[in-house]
Design a protein around this ligand. Sequence first.
Ligand code: UD1
Length: 417
Amino acid sequence: MKIMEIEGGRDLSGTIRISGAKNATVALIPAAILTDEEATICNVPEITDTDALCDILKELNVDVKRASESVVINPKDMKNVEIAEAFSKKLRASYYFMGALLGKYHKVVMYFPGGCSIGARPIDLHLKGFEALGATVKSEGNKYTVEAEELKGANIYLDIASVGATINIMLAAVRAKGKTVIDNAAKEPEIVNVATFLNNMGAKITGAGTSTIKIEGVTHLGKCFHEVIPDRIEAGTYVIIGALCGNPLKVDNIIPEHIDALLSKLEEAGVQLEVGADYVLVQKQDKYTATSIKTAVYPGFATDLQQPFTVLQTQMTGKSKTTETIWENRFMHIPYLKELGANIEVKNQTATVLGPTKLTGCEVVATDLRAGAAMVAAGLKAEGKTTITNVEHILRGYESIVEKLTNVGAKIKIKEV
Ligand code: UD1
């Protein structure tokens, strides 16, 4: 088991370079099997979610070569075999193989995906989308068989603007016959990145980034070279850490517009920011004003940044609220923040934080990926030593987190125990 130890209360100064986006990468790797030729994806983060998807590719007899920050995928000898549960349950995004394999072979057999326990996380909208394209879905316990004689374009309205369902339907529809229209599509930047990748391979997708995506099916997809966009959640996490400890901290290689909602809220709280074309420089202040947030689909306040933001709320003067609207179970970090000294009450889907409170290091748990990021932020702010267990969650989504933070002056290490 891995644990993380942080000696907190230190100022952080210097530059943190943001890696490629996890949530784009985890869709791009499965998407790459839609061609029969080679796809090169660069700016790929070295995180365990990337490893898990590359392992699935190998199971499918796909040739995968990894060099620093790039993955070259060649599916010319690929075999459409059942994806074992041990692989699918390692991460949520394994479900993108459903859309990709269905799109390519008209058949996929795999198990319900894993991922963080932040809510029920059903996949009904994905499956309804596949059915609308002409597939039949059979499930036996956790195992799903989705197949179609032919995939035909369709008009699909999503009841919820789901990121996963939007991408998965897009993957299944690119090689379907005719035109597919996805209405109430999600608009996250990762979706645009995946659509650009598919279009570079020869797909005909328009409207990605808006709530209506149109896909004209094609019979063939070719070779391509693609770059993953910067990770807006990693960027936002470090900007929040900068507001807690930055003196000053530069978060570099980002697209600042992707974290506009966070930056506005930080300004409202009184955080001093300099926003450049591809960086944000953040200087911590002694006093912050209580600021409330409510999570929403993009371009609203990202649910994935809600947990780290609550750490900053503990340093604001007065009563701040965080309302979670996307996931039912995303306050698992709160009991640990309270152990560190925070004054927080959770009622229904709202956490009310009374601040400022001093944080003091203790033993805490990373209950999920972003809860883990919140524990890192809190541990860096807290006086004394914070020990975080279940660090595996954090390593699923934050590349070289120890090195990046050490380089700016943090005392942080991961130990095998
Ligand atoms: C993605 C992100 C995750 C982020 C989330 C919301 C990836 C790998 N993960 O997750 O980090 O927190 O978007 O921004 O990109 N829903 C259904 N039925 C479905 C699908 C979703 O009811 O078939 C519901 C979910 O339970 C949730 C909401 O829709 O309440 C949004 O989920 P969705 O956008 O699909 O999230 P993911 O794609 O799983």
